[in-house]
Design a protein around this ligand. Structure first.
Ligand SMILES: Nc1ncnc2c1ncn2[C@@H]1O[C@H](COP(=O)(O)OP(=O)(O)O)[C@@H](O)[C@H]1O
Ligand SMILES: [Mg+2]
Length: 412
């Protein structure tokens, strides 16, 4: 043995600076991934749609499309030189839906339906589900707002934005929590590369906002987001809130502001066990609302979405059955399957709808992922339609108010 090998390894002390240095090193690796996935400016660009796809989405025959273009009712689309074919971007497609009178909307509901995707565990698929489902609705033509309420800013990052490096506090939801002025929430909303899908970004400033709010004397703090969203929800059909893996102040605000909850639970023993605690804690938290906020809170829907489900895994099938039998009435029919499309998207910061044709995934798997997303999206949409209907019948009150009056007499 050499002297070197014999020598004890130097003792490393993990100082705060060293932790920051680790973060900087990892950040530079992340930067390389971003360069591979996005444009040089990290800008994401959504692909264009062929005439065949346009016909399918407008539910019209090719001949009708040709005639509308000839009559100047529809635009001609952009010429793709390589394929010698005309394509349309999503924004133009939405305009064509409007002209054709087929763009879907919330109808006579006075405001958007609000849905929080929540579970206090990380890695269960909250962000993947939020983004994919939001974009699915955006593709259909609904006007959607994604509220990133997680200080980790994963939903924000997916949009080609580097949360801590590129965003000031005023560009995020945190500004509203600190200042309390709904105008600051409205001004932080930005459009995305998906026409019709807007984003209210997050970064780590949200953690600081959370700490500051805990220090406040005013205990009405659970109702902040409810009040903030009321200022912008006229512009949207659906608002999705992506939440952090905890049941702290940020999630409490998201839950209180929501008409419905989607709770992703992977079919694994520990995730199942944690769901039991989650519902107990969520219930206890909602029980605090009357005391703290002065209003009782109920939801139009609470749905468990079995997530990361591997179809031919026996243990997963067992736990899915378990989830269905214990949460029978609230478990969704559709499952968010573990698919290569979401997995690849996870490594390249892309969603199912964004994976480029060159990605190493065959056409069948891609189609399966799209079908799976459509099933999940359509089932959530049926729940959302119930919210719109209730709102239409109940007038323009905020969710919390409407729910409070509907449940008047419930113990406060
Ligand atoms: N259905 C799925 N198929 C494959 N990978 C998935 C699926 N759902 C989530 N993942 C991956 O698991 C990881 C955690 O998912 P994420 O949506 O970020 O969870 P959360 O927001 O609950 O922390 C990500 O890398 C994501 O790509
Ligand atoms: Mg997440």
């Amino acid at each position: 043995m050499t002297e070197d090998q014999d020598a004890p390894s130097p003792v490393v002390t993990y100082t705060a600076d060293r932790l920051i240095e680790l973060s900087e090193r990892a950040e530079s690796h992340l930067e390389k991934i971003r360069q591979l996935s996005f444009d040089p400016d990290h800008e994401k660009i959504l692909r264009k749609f062929s005439k065949g796809e346009v016909c399918k989405m407008l539910n019209i025959a090719r001949e009708t499309l040709r005639r509308r273009i000839k009559e100047g009712i529809f635009p001609e689309g952009e010429l793709n030189q390589a394929q010698n074919a005309r394509h349309y971007d999503l924004g133009t497609l939405h305009q064509m839906m409007e002209i054709e009178g087929v763009r879907p909307s919330r109808g006579n509901s006075p405001r958007a339906a609000r849905v929080a995707i929540t579970n206090y565990k990380g890695g269960v698929g909250k962000t993947s589900i939020t983004l994919n489902v939001a974009q699915y609705f955006g593709m259909l033509g609904y006007r959607v707002l994604i509220v990133d309420s997680d200080p980790q800013g994963s939903s924000t990052e997916y949009h080609g934005i580097i949360p801590d490096a590129e965003l000031e506090i005023s560009d995020t939801l945190a500004q509203f929590y600190v200042e309390g002025d709904p105008a600051t929430l409205a001004s932080a909303i930005r459009t995305t590369h998906w026409s019709g899908v807007d984003l209210l970004p997050a970064n780590s400033a949200l953690s600081h906002a959370e700490i500051r709010l805990y220090e406040q004397e005013d205990f009405g703090f659970f109702a902040h987001l409810d009040r903030g969203l009321a200022a912008v929800e006229d512009h949207y059909d659906i608002i999705f809130i992506d939440t952090p893996p905890s049941l702290g102040f940020l999630t409490a605000n998201a839950v209180y502001a929501s008409d419905g909850l989607v709770v992703p639970i992977p079919p694994e023993a520990l995730d199942y066990a944690s769901s039991v605690q989650y519902f107990a804690t969520l219930g206890a938290m909602c029980n605090q609302f009357p005391k703290i906020v002065g209003r009782t809170k109920t939801f139009d829907f609470v749905r468990i979405l079995c997530s990361r489900f591997r179809t031919n895994n026996n243990a997963h099938q067992f736990w899915l059955r378990r989830i269905r039998s214990s949460y029978s009435d609230i478990t969704m029919e559709a499952v968010f399957k573990e698919t290569r499309a979401v997995q690849i998207g996870g490594t390249q910061l892309q969603t199912i709808g964004e994976i480029p044709p060159s990605a190493p995934i065959d056409a069948g798997a891609r189609r399966d992922a799209q079908q799976m997303l459509a099933q999940v999206g359509d089932e959530i949409l049926r729940n959302i339609q119930q919210v719109w209907l209730r709102l239409e019948q109940g007038g323009g009150a905020s969710a919390a108010t409407a729910v409070a009056s509907a449940t008047a007499g419930v113990e406060e």
